[in-house]
Write a protein that binds this ligand. Structure first.
Ligand SMILES: [Zn+2]
Length: 82
């Protein structure tokens, strides 16, 4: 298991680590663009400025997952190896 996949597993177990996202963010891109472009968020993986915003569905509802480009790439790489 790679470090980014491990991070996702941790989030699933502990969704409170992430800020809550609006339900509407699950279906529309506008919320994601606003968070990604108009707000400064910290990458969950490395602490740099996040340039990508995703919504993770957790047992506590949708949560924001902020990542920089490098960590998004790493996550996709690890995900494709599963
Ligand atoms: Zn990062």
């Amino acid at each position: 298991m790679g470090p980014m996949i491990g991070l996702l597993a941790l989030i699933r177990a502990e969704p409170t680590l992430l800020p809550p996202a609006p339900e509407a963010a699950l279906v529309g891109g506008a919320h994601m663009d606003h968070r990604r472009l108009d707000e400064v968020q910290t990458c969950l993986g490395c602490g740099q400025r996040a340039e990508c915003a995703f919504v993770a569905e957790t047992k506590l509802g949708p949560r924001w997952l902020d990542l920089c480009h490098a960590c998004t790439y790493r996550l996709q790489e690890e995900d494709s190896q599963l």
